[in-house]
Design a protein around this ligand. Structure first.
Ligand code: IPE
Ligand code: IPE
Ligand code: MG
Length: 235
């Protein structure tokens, strides 16, 4: 399946809520961390499927500002996995792909922060495919940060601030608003993901658990998207 085999135009920007790792592992009698390992492998391979299917911008929700509430062992395992996967993420930054992170990096180890910044720097002039990895990301946190930044930059000219200026303060300022959000794992909610950027997004929920997600499922989501009639408040 390639972009040509989709029934319509692919969305420009897709957000992916990669949910269901824990339940995937539980179904197999494995520890939750085994689900995260499998989920990380799926993340790595699905990037190439997005490229092949002609999507230009993809934001992956990998760890939320609320996920720190999980048991310490699970959080530690997720950090170890991330540490390991940063090298793979760096290799994605080749092939004319720009890779960057959305979220508060300061919660991660100094070594991880340095590697994340390095990935962003080496790929900043690439413009074929944009991959944004949301890590320690929360939509509300992002909006509060943007509001503070706006207040300090425009203190005497707040009247001039509109939606466009506000959007430029968000982590996702390099990308257009999200067109399609795909959430695996059966829940029908956004869980604090791209809450500003998804104002007019189409929402696709599937029961498939993230570790079982694949190119065929992705193509089904993109085909569903192409049937939607987007009006943006018009007629
Ligand atoms: C998503 O899978 C991965 C992260 C939030 C890090 P979950 O770990 O939430 O899996 P379920 O929802 O418990 O099955
Ligand atoms: C959303 O999944 C966060 C990520 C996929 C990173 P959660 O599993 O944390 O969301 P809730 O708790 O079910 O809303
Ligand atoms: Mg979950």
């Amino acid at each position: 399946m390639s972009a040509k085999e989709l029934t319509g135009e692919p969305p420009l920007h897709v957000g992916v809520i990669m949910d269901g790792n824990g339940r995937w592992a539980k179904k197999r009698g494995l520890p939750r961390t085994a689900g995260h390992s499998k989920g990380a492998k799926v993340f790595k391979s699905i990037v190439e499927d997005f490229r092949a299917l002609g999507v230009k911008y993809v934001t992956f929700y990998a760890f939320s500002t609320e996920n720190w509430k999980r048991p310490k062992e699970e959080v530690n395992a997720l950090m170890e996995l991330l540490d390991k996967y940063l090298d793979d993420i760096r290799s994605m930054a080749q092939k004319n792909t720009r890779v960057f992170f959305a979220g508060d990096k300061s919660a991660f180890s100094e070594d991880m922060q340095r590697r994340m910044t390095d990935i962003e720097q080496v790929s900043e002039n690439n413009d074929g495919l944009y991959i944004c990895v949301a890590l320690n990301y929360g939509g509300r946190d992002e909006i509060v940060r943007a509001a503070k930044s706006i207040a300090s930059k425009y203190s005497s000219a707040l009247d001039t601030v509109g939606e466009e200026e506000f959007g430029r303060e968000l982590y996702t300022c390099f990308m257009p608003d999200v067109d399609l959000i795909i959430r695996t794992g059966g829940e029908q909610r956004l869980s604090n993901f791209l809450i500003w950027q998804s104002a007019y997004a189409e929402l696709y929920f599937t029961d498939v658990l993230w570790p079982d997600f694949n190119r065929k499922e992705l193509a089904a989501a993109l085909d569903w998207y192409s049937q939607r009639n987007r009006r943006f408040g018009g007629v």
